[in-house]
Write a protein that binds this ligand. Sequence first.
Ligand SMILES: *Cc1c(COP(=O)(O)O)cnc(C)c1O
Length: 432
Amino acid sequence: MQFYSLNKQSPKVSFKEATISGQAPDKGLYFPEIIPQVRKELIEKIENFSNEEIAFEVIRPYMDNTIAEADLFNIVKETINFPVPLVNVTENIFSLELFHGPTLAFKDIGARFMSRCLGYYVKGSNKKVTVLVATSGDTGGAVANGFYNINGVDVVILYPSGKVSSVQEKQLTTLGNNVHALEVHGTFDDCQQMVKQAFGDDELNKKLFLTSANSINVARWLPQQFYYFFAYKQWKEKNNPPVISVPSGNFGNICAGLLANASGLPVKHFIAACNANDVVTRYLQTEKYQPGKTIPTISNAMDVGDPGNFVRVLELFKQQFSILAAKVSSYSISDDETKATIKKVFADKNYLTDPHGAVAYLALENYLQTHPGEKGIFLETAHPVKFYNIIESVINDEIEIPVSVQSLLRKKKVSTPIEAKFGALKEILEQQ
Ligand SMILES: *Cc1c(COP(=O)(O)O)cnc(C)c1O
């Protein structure tokens, strides 16, 4: 199978080329030319399949044998070597816990898969690849961890000094080896700007083979389908498929769910749960897409004013608004509502949500109120401990810090402080 650019001005490429280059030369996102259909048996007898088997079947059609089958199976197995439990929170609301991976957020799955594919593709070539990425928090940790010790790949992460949580900072500054953390005296937007300039700098790109690990990469996007299948495997009422609520920022996660659904996975309805960054919520009400400035919130991984993956959602629905609107609803949840939800779900159900999961929980609850008889799943995309400052102030109590996080917090941070100037980044990259 090949991938075409959504800007339609670049040649089609294989999964391998799309993974290595990230974006098409015309700056478009890559999209699969066919939506593969999963076997009927995989759905009807899904309990009989292991998670590895499911994931392997889902991803294989996209790969076009660019990775030998046995190696692909191993990559899949390593990607999902942690549980993804579906937990009953209320009578009709379930939590799909996507935070049991090494950096406690769902981005582990995409990052682990992509890093292993890239490692496979560069193996044997004498070319060293430098993965350059800017992070506002979760991406950096997942990418650092995913690419740690992958041969032939160097990782350079830019993060805004003092603007990521302590857990997030330690996750990207304590690994060392092929992972380099640059602590930028500036904002996330500065970091992103510097990375953008690096990709556009001819001199630098002659010397280094730079690539990005951001969420528009197909090797991060496509494996996110896996856990929608794992959720269905654990869903009891197979004759009443779930409504799935996805806390959305750049819309990669929900787009993977919609793709899984288009490939044959039963899902009754999707909810794009947004914070104050409500461009898609407004689009579904008005059919007008008006990107806004990014608004900072307590669910900060969803603070995106112009979601990059939304063009893929539109492509999946062939630009037909009415079909999209029949399958996807959207709610915009305020910070106050998010806090009240964390508090209420903890008090009533003894279940702790993180701010992102809480947004999805409330959006789902709102939807179910007007759709009696339906039941749903919200994606719990991060462990609450990643945001313990917020959570503790909301529930007025201390939360238990897992042993793995305690030892992480004790580790020594190693970062290189740099000015928010492209010249400073260039100098460091040239020494790589
Ligand atoms: C990145 C992230 C999101 C948003 O996912 P998108 O694929 O960008 O829509 C939601 N929750 C958490 C915890 C995240 O890290």
